[in-house]
Design a protein around this ligand. Structure first.
Ligand code: ADP
Length: 543
């Protein structure tokens, strides 16, 4: 068999930066800084400074394969770190600063980070665990000389000082595309966080997928507000996809309240934005209070947890913004699936269309999905059968970093996501739950996500979580823990009646508890583990 005769260029992340600088040099990167002011520069400036930083890493003694950590908000210096660290052949390790301090030190030690890049906000956390960090040699503070904070940490270096003394000439090494590029740990809702080690190839292919129109479809006419944190799976990979697409990039820094997000969206004429539902809830209430509109925004990507139907409606009806519902996880790059309607859906009525929009959608080329039963047997794509969701593809993990006896990938190469899902005859996947959150009542499964979405569909409910509570007869029954909207007075009966209108009788929760606030984890998701601990011995009226 003859081999093809095409050129061979490695798929490495530095090639994205080189492309961006050469073909879109004047495209802007706009950041609200930790200090609160706006910073603006271009792709060309970013590329020059990334080369300076790559030289600085060499000066610091960082070699190929060394892990370099970041604890930082979304911003231009963080972007420079991404390209300089991975591009020079070291491994970019983005650490989620919202984790507990003991998890942060576990992750940094497990990753054996040699240098840490830290935003001033997170310097106190790093100082409090410094004595536990056995491999870290240097700490770089991501600010200029004027903003260097007082710190008890020894040996800290100011980011701008570090760059100032370096040349902007640097040849990016032509790495093997299978070389490790980055490391991210899952939030570890059970047990220790686990690391996913990405390759240059997986990240470049993932970025390609994100710019394709069946996915996010980023392009040069987009101005993208990237709210999803860069410390959470590379801001869903957009730090690479945006530069590949030539899109204007807008970063909120730590300022992620509704009013600040609304201002950035309008001031920077953002056409596209990405965030988890919690952020969008805050934006919606800020817009309601101010009466502002979103004249430039045309689509938002919502993922990380299920997007409630009420949110899709508000975006579309009030602001004429299209919602793209996405599913993924740290282990899948993160992009796994995305929901777009197809021509065959044009004839459906609004309700029929909405039923599809609420699904997590189809994979893009490069990802394959299946659902299996407890024995590992594939289940039909009929939209009814539900089972464990498994995934494989170019940007799916083949196993966790330095974990012995890792059973996350099956012998035939499928990664078990820990999610429960259905897939319909057209291939649209819908997450019904996480395996550990599903409510098992009398041998039947009740989806906590379904019930939550219905509950927040009530005009008086701001947020709701549904958890399983032990029941003497049925094993488990659903309990709603809900937060009322400000000023609302809704009571238990009214909420249960509202839910009963949309589900089978046996799925209606047994009780409602109203609280002022629900616990969230480090990635903004509902912390159901904490809720289950809190309500573990709750006595249901039906028990
Ligand atoms: P962690 O496992 O640490 O929470 P991730 O942030 O990678 O880390 O979370 C991935 C999980 O988030 C998925 O397995 C799934 O349960 C949930 N998830 C992500 N997107 C969606 C979505 N659109 N709808 C429902 N669940 C989602």
């Amino acid at each position: 068999m003859a081999m093809g005769m095409m050129q061979d260029h490695p798929l490495i992340v530095s090639s994205i930066l080189e492309f961006a600088e050469r073909w879109f040099p004047s495209v802007e990167i706009v950041s609200r800084t930790v200090e609160g002011d706006m910073h603006r520069y271009t792709y060309k400036d970013a590329a020059r400074r990334a080369r300076q930083l790559a030289n600085a890493l060499e000066t610091l003694g960082v070699s190929a394969g060394d892990r370099v950590g970041t604890l930082a908000w979304n911003g231009y210096r963080h972007l420079e770190c991404y390209y300089a660290i991975a591009g020079s052949g070291a491994v970019l390790h983005t650490v989620n600063p919202r984790l507990f301090p003991e998890q942060i030190s576990y992750i940094i030690n497990h990753g054996e980070d040699r240098v840490l890049f830290v935003d001033t906000t997170f310097l106190p956390v790093v100082a409090s665990i410094r004595h536990e960090l056995t491999t870290v040699e240097r700490i770089v503070v991501m600010c200029d000389r004027n903003n260097m904070p007082d710190t008890e940490l020894e040996d800290v270096i100011c980011y701008e000082d570090l760059l100032d003394s370096e040349s902007s000439e640097f040849e990016w090494p032509q790495l093997d595309e299978y070389t490790a590029s980055a490391l991210c740990y899952t939030s570890g809702t059970t047990g220790n966080p686990k690391g996913v080690l990405y390759s240059h190839r997986s990240m470049v292919l993932h970025a390609y997928a994100e710019v394709s129109p069946n996915s996010i479809g980023m392009c040069a006419s987009d101005s993208v507000l990237i709210v999803v944190p860069q410390f959470h799976v590379f801001a869903w990979g957009t730090t690479f996809a945006a530069l590949m697409a030539g899109s204007k990039v807008v970063y909120p820094g730590p300022h992620m309240d509704g009013a600040s997000i609304a201002k950035l969206l309008n001031d920077e004429a953002c056409t596209l934005s990405l965030a988890v539902p919690t952020i969008w809830m805050m934006l919606m209430s800020a817009l309601k209070a101010s009466g502002e509109k979103l004249p430039h925004l045309n689509r938002v990507v919502i993922g990380g947890s299920a997007c409630p139907e009420a949110m899709i409606r508000s975006f579309e009806d009030l602001y004429d913004v299209q919602v793209l519902h996405a599913w993924g996880m740290t282990e899948t790059g993160p992009l796994g699936s995305m929901c777009h309607l197809e021509p065959k859906h044009a004839s459906l009525d609004a309700e029929g269309k909405m039923a599809i929009r609420c699904k997590q959608g189809k994979p893009v080329y490069g990802i394959d999905l299946r659902i299996v039963d407890d024995a590992g047997q594939p289940l039909p794509h009929d939209g009814v059968a539900f089972g464990q969701l498994q995934v494989r593809g170019h940007w799916v993990t083949s196993g966790y970093y330095r974990v012995d006896a890792d059973a996350s990938v099956s012998s035939d190469g499928w990664f078990d996501t820990g999610d429960v899902a259905t897939i319909d005859a057209d291939g649209y996947m819908q997450i019904t739950d996480r395996t550990k959150d599903v409510i098992k009542s009398g041998g039947e499964w009740i989806s906590s996500i379904d019930l939550e979405n219905i509950a927040v569909g009530h005009a008086d409910i701001a947020e709701a979580a549904v958890i399983a509570v032990p029941h003497p007869k049925w094993d488990e029954r659903p309990l709603v823990v809900a937060v009322r909207k400000p000023g609302a007075t809704i009571e238990r009966e009214a909420l249960l009646t509202h839910i009963a209108a949309s589900v089978a009788r046996w799925q209606v929760p047994d009780d409602v508890v109203f609280v002022d606030e629900l616990p969230h984890g480090a990635t903004g998701k509902l912390n159901k583990l904490a809720l289950r601990a809190q309500f573990g011995d709750y006595t249901l009226p039906t028990a």
